[in-house]
Design a binder for this molecule. Structure first.
Ligand SMILES: [Zn+2]
Length: 153
């Protein structure tokens, strides 16, 4: 026989899971900011798992602490996802720069990280010294339309 507290917990969990689904899907809350409602969904998910793992008789302040940790973990998830997106974008910028350089006859050195910067790389042409810089959201290409190497041949 289930006691009322267990029934209440079961209902609460079902309701929270449904709320997470609604937040993720978004059609009921179209005026909520996209990123925020998804992140709140992730916070609730972390919170559900953490509450499940709490031992019996744990004091209230530690239960409240799970809310803080759920928020922190959701923020970390978000940062990690954003970092991965930036890394992918950086990779694309490099590939595009390499393709352009190759088509125009340049031979690029290996990419080197820009000193003091995160996710910024630079390289130059082995033959003409033309410079290329990329970050995840920009690129500067100072290569000539045709590499000097080809002009000399
Ligand atoms: Zn060149």
């Amino acid at each position: 026989m289930t006691n009322p507290a267990e029934i209440e917990l079961k209902h609460l969990k079902t309701a929270v899971r449904y709320l997470i689904g609604l937040l993720e899907e978004g059609s009921l809350v179209p005026r909520y900011d996209d990123e925020t409602r998804k992140e709140i969904g992730v916070v609730l998910q972390h919170l559900l798992h953490k509450v499940e793992d709490l031992p019996e008789g744990v004091p209230d302040n530690l239960v409240q602490g799970t809310a803080v940790r759920a928020l922190v973990e959701a923020a970390a998830d978000h940062d990690e996802a954003a970092r991965q997106e930036q890394a992918d974008a950086l990779e694309r910028q490099m590939c595009e720069a390499e393709a352009w350089a190759s088509i125009h006859g340049h031979l690029l050195e290996a990419w080197e990280p820009v000193t003091g910067s995160v996710m910024e790389y630079q390289t130059s042409c082995q033959t003409c010294g033309g410079f290329v810089y990329v970050s995840y959201n920009s690129s500067y290409n100072l290569l000539l339309e045709t590499c000097e190497r080809i002009k000399q041949e």
